[in-house]
Design a protein around this ligand. Structure first.
Ligand SMILES: NC(=O)C1=CN([C@@H]2O[C@H](COP(=O)(O)OP(=O)(O)OC[C@H]3O[C@@H](n4cnc5c(N)ncnc54)[C@H](OP(=O)(O)O)[C@@H]3O)[C@@H](O)[C@H]2O)C=CC1
Ligand SMILES: N[C@@H](CC=O)C(=O)O
Length: 382
């Protein structure tokens, strides 16, 4: 620890230990030295997946040690159950409703006193209830999961009711500083009247690879293995994932809108949707059946000197996401791979917009954004 800095120990409770959640645990372990220089020690007190909660024996004083955190990641990446870790001792496992009760017990014990960070790295809507309760118990909330902020407006209002205790930078543009930039511009009294961007790492990667002659189905599978897609890639291909990002941005601008108010353009039809086939069947049979259509659309755009980009526009009373044909040499047309770009127009950024660009998907950058959010919140407790 650096001389003169008081050390604060921050408990962290992780919901979701998939690609992003595991990467977050790796980042926490790898950043210990750096955090200690800032006077922060992160103490992971529990990890929840879809089946159970694994928590330290005494949440008031203990945290999983780094060897244990690494073992959690190893066990989870081999698709084993968290229960396999009980042999290591000093931990407890709770399932189903008991897990929820225990999370609320931890939140009650540590929320107000320590600023316990409840970190949602699931892709589930099921966490909303528990997050709202932890808000009431004084916890800090950090989200990579977009779904809690894109439920009904009442849930949204509740979650952001203590705005100083919530961070959700990774929900839009992964680790890119989009939310913080919008928030700072607004806080300065500079009204934002237009946001336009390409906000899907998956669709950006897919379009630029198909332009290079690769098959759509193979490229989507590659995007999945690179950690760019949602657990069900149809969330990306339907435009819903971008629509969620658009809704988060629009609500941040003060718009009182819901998902139904957003125009969304899907790359597949209902016969390939979740009500018609499983994710596995879609990846095996549905995807290849879309190859020709996507290739033809990309080639047609190319014959006009254009490229296809999935664009999000928030302006006037319009919040819209969909494929657009754009000039190859335009800012969005030049994007390659999983890069995102966001242009923010306001009084100060009228002629020359505020532009944020860079890698917009992937477990590493997303988890880095989540970790930066956890650390940022801790300034409240110094
Ligand atoms: N990858 C990226 O580039 C980005 C991702 N994100 C967001 O990050 C989130 C996580 O993505 P990713 O890691 O790829 O997803 P994964 O599917 O890999 O992991 C999801 C995790 O959540 C767990 N889970 C599911 N339901 C629940 C529940 N009700 N309670 C607790 N845990 C639950 C799963 O449990 P189990 O292990 O048992 O299945 C799994 O561990 C998503 O919301 C995504 O949108 C945001 C920005 C960028
Ligand atoms: N699936 C998303 C990941 C980040 O939100 C994307 O492709 O952009």
């Amino acid at each position: 620890m650096t001389e003169g800095i008081t050390t604060v120990t921050v408990p962290v409770l992780l919901l979701g230990c998939g690609g992003v959640g595991r990467e977050l645990l790796h980042h926490i372990v790898a950043s210990r030295h750096l955090h200690s220089k800032r006077g922060v020690v992160l103490r992971v007190v529990g990890v929840r997946d879809s089946r159970s909660l694994l928590q330290v024996e005494d949440v008031a004083t203990m945290g999983f040690d780094d060897a244990f955190l690494t073992e959690i990641c190893r066990i989870k990446s081999s698709s084993s159950s968290l229960s396999a870790l009980l042999d290591f001792g000093h931990c407890q496992l709770f399932k189903d409703s008991e897990a929820t009760t225990k999370i609320l017990d931890i939140a009650g014990l540590l929320g107000r006193t320590t600023g316990l960070s409840v970190v949602d790295c699931t892709a589930s809507t099921e966490t909303v209830g528990i997050l709202k309760e932890t808000v009431d118990l004084g916890c800090c909330i950090v989200l990579a999961n977009k779904k809690p902020l894109t439920c009904g407006i009442d849930d949204y209002d509740k979650l952001i009711s203590n705005i100083r205790r919530i961070r959700f930078e990774s929900t839009v543009g992964a680790g890119l500083p989009v939310i913080v930039s919008v928030t700072r511009v607004l806080a300065s009294g500079d009204p934002i009247y237009r946001i336009i961007g390409s906000l899907s790492g998956t669709l950006g990667y897919v379009m630029s690879e198909v332009e290079d002659g690769k098959s759509f189905s193979k490229v989507v599978l590659a995007a999945k293995s690179l950690g760019y897609t949602e657990p069900d890639p149809r969330d990306d291909l339907s435009g819903m994932d971008v629509a969620r990002k658009a809704l988060i941005l629009a609500r941040l601008l003060g718009w009182r809108i819901n998902m139904d108010d957003i125009q969304v353009d899907s790359l597949y039809s209902n016969e390939h949707g979740p009500n018609s086939m499983s994710t596995e069947d879609f990846l095996r049979i549905g995807l290849p059946s879309l190859d020709r259509d996507v290739q033809e659309r990309v080639s047609a755009a190319s014959s006009r000197g254009k490229v296809l980009r999935y664009v999000c526009v928030i302006e006037g009373s319009r919040c819209q996401v969909g494929l657009q044909e754009l000039p190859k040499d335009s800012p969005l047309g030049r994007l390659r791979g999983s890069d995102n770009v966001v242009e923010i127009y306001s009084r100060c950024y009228k002629d020359s917009p505020l532009v944020i660009q860079g890698a917009g998907a992937g477990n590493d950058t997303t988890a880095a954004g989540v970790l930066a959010d956890i650390i940022d919140l801790q300034d409240l407790f110094h």
